[in-house]
Design a protein around this ligand. Structure first.
Ligand code: UD1
Ligand code: CA
Length: 447
């Protein structure tokens, strides 16, 4: 896997292969495709930002790190790795910046190659920048010409090289030994193995990718963005196949895994990060961001809600404009409405916080009504404390519950109270000055 290049055109400090696609480094996608083929080993050729790449990918039992000090070309990069590869092995060369290639296509490339030199090509409308595949009258691949070395008729060829190639290790070593640096870039081209293989009587095959996107590399930020959309389009397709309705498949972003059951409906501009799972009939409104959530059957997330680490047990309503943070667990028939923030909050069946509240470090029983403006004062400036609210309690609007504190089952808290001590069950508790009206009072007048 070639990942030593600088990626100058990205105009970024981050090595090109670490640029993100769906929040995962480009290289991570290529590694996943490679691993799906069950290789003996993966040899990663790194150079620019080698330490950073190694730190981001992490060491693994199947990974072998190869350093290419000077970037003298793709053929040279492969030469750096070959000493660590058994002579009898079949080598597959992958590009660390081409994340959309599928394991199926790579298998086809290896199959078509036999014991010769095989490459993956694609027919594209705009061949600019790629090596061109030159085929003879019989259709056989004769050679690959880099754009910098191509004359006008060759540049007109629309079948281009992906950079990915396969060959038996021993043969590859032999062909690369014959490849020179007599070209426009003064590099050792892996692509020159095509001509070398032919000269040695070996076959050269080019497997044409069915979807041209599979060969695309991210050389600059625009190409990265194009690949991102293409990746998202594929994810969206998979979600539809799994039974989800997407109001617009061009306006969904999945950065991680999203599993959906049948009957899920997702409106426009929803973003899913980390690992999310949506059960049957879950609906996600427009402009929602969900991170690591597990939503039970029939959960309705209304527009503009932001959920992280949320678990719901069944039908319930969230939002619009709700902010649910990690540790939020919502029972069935609950409702967390607009401008409500929750954190480590468990709401029992049928409980409702419909507007303007902060519920943190709290355990709320069943059928509880949380009035507008209720605040759990969970932080004393040093430590966090819990608020426990029993079943069927009614918390009047604009109440502060100063934790640690407990509200008994069936208790009613009068609006505007600051509750600092246990509120007994089935009783009315309130803490506020009595209302007075001052008789004969007159508004001051301007002198
Ligand atoms: C290469 C191919 C070209 C193909 C194109 C597809 C060659 C000579 N050319 O060209 O036919 O159309 O890919 O994108 O193979 N790399 C190294 N060490 C090096 C040089 C490159 O590790 O010394 C790595 C880069 O990090 C990158 C990959 O190889 O991941 C491709 O390098 P790049 O410079 O992008 O190759 P192209 O000139 O685009
Ligand atoms: Ca490239």
């Amino acid at each position: 896997m070639l990942a030593a290049g600088k990626g100058k055109r990205m105009r970024s400090e981050l090595p090109k292969v670490l640029q993100p696609l769906a929040r995962r480094p480009l290289l991570g996608h290529v590694l996943a495709a490679a691993r799906a083929l069950g290789p003996e080993r993966i040899h990663l050729v790194v150079g620019h930002g080698a330490d950073e790449v190694r730190a981001a990918v992490g060491d693994a039992a199947d990974l072998d790190w190869v350093t290419q000090e000077q970037q003298l070309g793709t053929g040279h990069a492969v030469q750096m790795a070959l000493p660590g590869i058994p002579a009898g092995a079949q080598v597959l060369v992958l590009m660390g910046d081409a994340p959309l290639v599928s394991p199926e296509t790579l298998s086809a490339v290896i199959r078509d190659a036999g014991d010769g030199f095989g490459i993956l090509s694609a027919v594209v409308p705009e061949p600019h920048g790629y090596g061109r595949i030159v085929r003879g009258a019989d259709g056989a691949v004769e050679r690959i010409v880099e754009e910098a070395d191509a004359d006008a008729p060759t540049r007109a060829i629309r079948e281009v090289n992906s950079g990915m190639a396969t060959a038996p290790a021993a043969a590859l070593t032999g062909w690369l030994a014959e490849v020179g640096r007599d070209n426009a870039q003064g590099e050792i081209y892996l692509t020159d193995c095509a001509a070398a293989a032919r000269a040695g009587g070996a076959t050269v095959s080019a497997t044409v990718a069915r979807a041209p996107e599979e060969i695309l590399g991210a050389n600059d930020r625009w190409q990265r963005a194009v690949l991102e959309r293409e990746h998202q389009r594929r994810v969206a397709r998979g979600l539809c196949a799994a039974g989800a309705t997407l109001m617009d498949p061009a306006r969904i972003d999945v950065r991680g895994t999203l599993t959906v059951a049948a009957g899920v409906v997702i409106d426009v501009n929803a973003v899913f990060e980390g690992d999310n799972a949506l059960a049957e009939g879950v609906s996600v409104g427009a402009h929602c961001v969900l991170t690591d959530c597990r939503l039970g059957p029939g959960t309705r997330v209304h527009p503009h809600s932001v959920l992280e680490g949320v678990v719901t047990e069944g039908e319930c309503d969230i939002g619009p404009f709700a902010r649910l943070r990690p540790g939020t667990v919502l029972g069935r028939e609950t409702r967390v409405g607009n401008f409500v923030e929750t954190k480590k909050a468990v709401l029992g069946r049928g409980s409702k916080a419909s507007h303007l509240s902060y519920l943190g470090d709290t355990e709320i029983g069943a059928e509880v009504n949380i009035g507008a403006g209720t605040i759990t004062c969970n932080y004393d400036g040093v430590n966090k404390h819990r608020t426990v609210i029993g079943d069927r309690a009614f918390i009047g609007s604009d109440t502060q519950l100063v934790a640690p504190v407990e509200v008994g089952a069936g208790a009613t808290i009068g609006a505007g109270s600051t509750i600092t001590k246990t509120a007994p069950p089935d009783a009315l508790t309130l803490s506020r000055a009595r209302q007075v009206t001052v008789e004969n009072w007159k508004r001051p007048k301007k002198k």
